[in-house]
Design a binder for this molecule. Structure first.
Ligand SMILES: [Zn+2]
Length: 453
């Protein structure tokens, strides 16, 4: 491994774990070099955020920090808030972007993110009626932006479960800090670019001083299968549903544009009209259409308000064999479309033999698992057919992490985005490669920091 000697007089490089260490969510890390710093991600812990919303209390950043729905940046802000050169966002998922609404404006700096992520942030602000006060700098994937004499940010393209996801690289004179939240190494994606492996290998030859890996699935053996596998699973299930007497409903994450693309294609294949129902589809699809990344509107109806839903669901109830409906509610979210339909709150009624495809996994937290159980119970009572786990994850598993570490050859590793057992699994893997805990692989908890020597 390459070593660069840092003279005593050189500015210190410090990594600060603000959020997402010991928990899956509320991601936020600070890279401090000398008297300048960069914030990486500003996310929500969705479980806590949703329970907070349901409590009806006033949503202030202070209350949300106290409730652990937001990363606790109080100490960092008080001491170093004025040193922040930029907030860099790796991709648009809420556990990486959802805190912007509450925390970003107190930092007098721009937000740097890919064009798609930037567009989603703008839409969040518009749709949810809050003002984005930071300047937004859309930075193309696989390009760099100089933040100061000493700090340059680079976004390296990587595969994940939403569009234009980046591995964030913070270049400093001490070496580069590589932040891989979130990623999978999809060698065969059905749409869009592959991971920029060439650049990652190149970075490994330059000087990666710290790697901060996404540990969401680091405790699982093997390789995360390609999005093409999910596409093939969908095809397999849908080709088996050719009778015209029963409804077909698919549900997945609205942010997973490539998955939605596959569902549209399969709807065409079996001769059904594809219709999107649920508020969140509009945001994720329109952002991609505005950037010219997709064109779903010419292949599907994207309904977005109550009047359109009511009219369509009445029609679909009378012609249930005509459509492939894509609904929100894959995690059993109480107000999502699939849940409302399953409860019998709409003009569409499930009949025995109707088909529900869950193109997702269940996020393993008690509240979400309970919501999904309730939804499935409602669907079973209606004697529908349920197809679960028609899905490929967006997060790297153990062997992907091994490949990433070998490519980047970091001097130090600090596991991020995960619970303690997931961080421990990453430590085990790194130990197999030759790293030593406390020496060049380090475990941080929220609020802790590490000076890289
Ligand atoms: Zn993500």
């Amino acid at each position: 491994m390459k070593k660069k000697t840092i003279k005593q007089t050189e500015p210190k490089l410090i990594i600060k774990a603000i959020g997402g260490y010991g928990v899956i969510g509320r991601n936020m890390t600070v890279v401090q070099y000398g008297d300048e710093s960069v914030i990486l991600d500003m996310g929500l812990y969705l479980n806590r955020y949703i329970s907070f919303q349901e409590s009806g209390e006033e949503m202030t950043s202070e209350a949300l920090i106290d409730d652990e729905a937001l990363p606790n940046d109080r100490k960092f802000f008080a001491k170093h808030g004025n040193t922040v050169k930029a907030i860099v966002i790796g991709h648009a998922h809420l556990d990486h972007t959802g805190g912007i609404r509450f925390l970003a404006s107190k930092y007098k700096c721009p937000i740097v993110a890919s064009p798609y992520t930037s567009r989603i942030i703008e839409k969040m602000s518009y749709d949810d009626h809050w003002q984005l006060k930071n300047k937004l700098i859309p930075l193309s994937i696989n390009s760099s932006y100089k933040l100061s004499k000493n700090i340059t940010v680079e976004l390296v393209g990587v595969t994940h479960s939403t569009l234009q996801t980046a591995i964030t690289v913070i270049h400093t004179p001490a070496g580069s800090v590589v932040y891989t939240l979130d990623y999978k190494l999809d060698n065969n994606p059905p749409f869009g670019p592959k991971t920029n492996m060439q650049r990652l290998r190149q970075l490994g030859k330059e000087h990666v001083i710290v790697l901060l890996p996404d540990c969401t699935r680091s405790d699982q053996e093997g390789h995360t299968f390609s999005e093409k596998v999910a596409r093939s699973m969908l095809k397999d299930v849908l080709l088996g549903l050719q009778d015209k007497n029963h409804a077909i409903v698919a549900t997945t994450f609205a942010s997973n544009i490539n998955r939605l693309h596959s569902i549209i294609d399969m709807g065409n294949l079996i001769g059904r009209e594809v219709v999107f129902l649920g508020r969140s589809f509009k945001r994720w699809i329109s952002a991609a259409e505005e950037l010219g990344l997709i064109n779903f509107s010419n292949q599907a109806q994207i309904l977005s308000n109550g009047r359109e839903y009511r009219r369509f669901l009445k029609e679909a109830n009378a012609n249930r064999g005509k459509y492939l409906m894509i609904m929100t509610g894959n995690q059993g979210e109480p107000n999502a479309m699939l849940v409302r339909v399953a409860k019998g709150d709409t003009a569409f009624e499930f009949m025995p033999g109707d088909n529900i495809i869950f193109s997702c996994h269940v996020i393993p937290t008690p509240m979400i698992q309970a919501n999904r159980r309730k939804l499935e119970e409602l669907l079973r009572r209606k004697k529908t057919r349920i197809f679960k786990d028609v899905h490929a994850s967006g997060h790297a598993k153990k062997e992907d992490h091994r490949d990433m570490i070998k490519m980047l050859r970091p001097e130090h590793i600090i596991p991020a985005h995960g619970t303690t057992p997931k961080h421990a699994a990453l430590v085990d893997l790194a130990s197999e490669i030759g790293y030593k805990l406390g020496e060049n692989i380090h475990l941080l908890q929220e609020g802790q920091e590490l000076e890289i020597k």
